[in-house]
Ligand binder design. Sequence first.
Ligand code: GFB
Length: 358
Amino acid sequence: TASDIDPKGYVVYCPCMGRFGNQADHFLGTLAFAKGLDRTLILPPWVEYHQGKPRSVQVPFDRYFKVKPLEEYLRVITMEKFMKELAPSIWPVGKRTVFCYGPREKLNGGTTPSCNAKDGNPFGSFWDTFNIDFDASEFYGPLFYDVKHPQVVQQWNEKYSPKKFPVLAFTGAPAGFPVHEEHVQLHKYLKWSNFINDKAERFIRENIPNKGKFLGIHMRNGVDWERACEHVGMQKLFASPQCLGYFNEYGKEVTKEMCFPSEKTVLAQIKKAAKTIKASSIFVATDDKPMLDKISKHLKSMKVKIVQHLPADPHVDLAILGKADHYIGNCVSTFSAFAKRERDSTGKSSSFWGFERQ
Ligand code: GFB
């Protein structure tokens, strides 16, 4: 009904960059952006890349997270609900403008400057999920997302009033990457859905002895990561500010051991942490090599059970990592960073491979 429409307008975007961890970083920044403009945030689905599928798969936001806790921070609506109930009146076909900083080059030529918002994967499949075509492009540059400054908010509202532009639809997240320092704490509004949480709890109940503590570890060790870690030596790489600080106040560069720690380092840190917390089990999450035998051999003098959740489910892995008594993650991975933020928000301890804050 019309009374449901937010006169202050809406923000929506395509989580078009990276996989879950990257998208979560962007999501936190976008929360702050929508809040700054005092608009309702339309919760976009998560974009996934499934093997054998040429186009991305869109998973409704609320399959993984509860909507209600977010409402404590700002007004939100799922994209499914918005498109079904409100778009026909507030954002009808024929009146859909897409926003980008500046024109984006069309993959196969094209002459008029445009956001080309649906060009390529996942861009096309994302908007197609809701049968959205754009009628116009709007280049918002040199405006930027830093709406913590009141004058920036004013500029956005003057240029794009909610009356003229009820929906600001962005080709990509209106947020920085990695997540800005002041937005890290917004993670507390991200609460796993019952669907994910129940799976995590069942796994723990059935596989992790309830006597003694459990250590959760995330090992990012696939070939894509090995390649990404060729860029070590830089001041910043993906999520590295979570360790080095946003101004490199805790370390001047990303090292190989932080990004792609040696087996020796990994095994030694697991043993040390397991001893310190008196772990009776170790939960292993990884995109590739779980090293179960190696870990078990290295810890053979201790009585610990080593478990992994199979088949692989990244969200359940993260939810389990969030519940561990201690956690070791990767400084550079945004997937690791997700678990670290969740644990910070609930007061749980974490450490990192190959890095210690002095
Ligand atoms: O989440 P993500 O953006 O984090 O991408 P990074 C890594 C993906 O790998 C996850 C899978 O979304 C999962 O699908 N994955 C990683 C895992 N660790 C685990 C795990 O412990 N368990 C399971 N089940 N799955 C960035 C990418 O990854 O890496 C960038 O997003 C780029 O686009 C860069 O490719 C090299 O920050 O780790």
